[in-house]
Design a binder for this molecule. Structure first.
Ligand code: CTP
Ligand code: ZN
Length: 158
C-alpha cells in the first residue's frame, strides 16, 4: 500500500456496501451531496473527505455513501461540476463496478435558471431542464427560456 493510500485509510475506513464517489474536484464534495439530494436527514452513513492529496489530480474530495448503490443517471449529474469523478459500487467490501461520470445530454431538477423571469423561477410547479450545448468549456441551455449558463454560473446556482 502506498503512503497516500495508507494515509487515506486512516481518514475514512473502507465501506462494506454502498457507493464511493472518488476523484471529486477539490472542494466540490458539498455540492455533490446537494446534487444527489443528500441533506442530512437520511439514515445512511455518509463520509466526506475534502482536500485529500491525490497523485492524479493534486487534491481531491471523496464522498462515501453506505448502504446505497446510486444509479448512473443520478450520479452522472455530478459530471457538471466534477468531470474527473469516479463512481465505485461496493458490495461486501469489493468494488464490483467502477465508472467515470458521463455528462448527460439533458440535466433535470437543477441548477436554478440564471434568468429570474424564467418559468422555473416563477413559483409554478415546473422543474428545471437544461440541454448540454457545449462540453468544453461547458455551456448548458435552459429548455424553457433559452438562457445559456456557463460553469461559474452553474456552480453559483446549484
Ligand atoms: N473503497 C472503500 N471501501 C471499499 C473499497 C474501496 O471505501 N470496500 C474506496 C477506496 O478507499 C478508494 C475508492 O473506494 O477511495 C476506490 O478504491 P480502489 O479502486 O481500491 O482505489 P484506487 O485503485 O486508488 O482507485 P482508482 O483507480 O479509481 O484511482
Ligand atoms: Zn430558464
Amino acid at each position: 500500500m502506498s503512503d497516500e493510500n495508507f494515509e487515506r485509510e486512516l481518514r475514512v475506513r473502507k465501506i462494506r456496501n454502498g457507493t464511493v464517489i472518488d476523484h471529486i474536484t477539490n472542494g466540490m464534495a458539498l455540492k455533490v451531496l446537494k446534487i444527489l439530494g443528500i441533506c442530512g436527514k437520511e439514515d445512511n452513513i455518509v463520509s466526506i473527505v475534502m482536500h485529500v492529496p491525490s497523485e492524479k489530480i493534486g487534491r481531491k474530495d471523496i464522498v462515501k455513501i453506505e448502504g446505497k448503490e446510486l444509479d448512473p443517471q443520478e450520479v452522472d449529474k455530478i459530471a457538471l461540476i466534477s468531470p474527473s469523478a469516479t463512481i465505485n459500487i461496493v458490495r461486501d467490501y469489493k468494488i464490483i463496478k467502477k465508472e467515470k461520470v458521463k455528462l448527460p445530454e439533458v440535466i433535470e431538477g437543477f441548477p436554478k435558471c440564471v434568468n429570474p423571469n424564467c418559468i422555473t423561477n416563477s413559483g409554478e410547479p415546473v422543474s428545471q431542464r437544461f440541454r448540454v450545448e457545449e462540453r468544453a468549456p461547458l455551456l448548458i441551455r435552459c429548455e424553457y427560456c433559452g438562457k445559456l449558463m456557463n460553469s461559474d454560473e452553474i456552480l453559483r446556482y446549484i
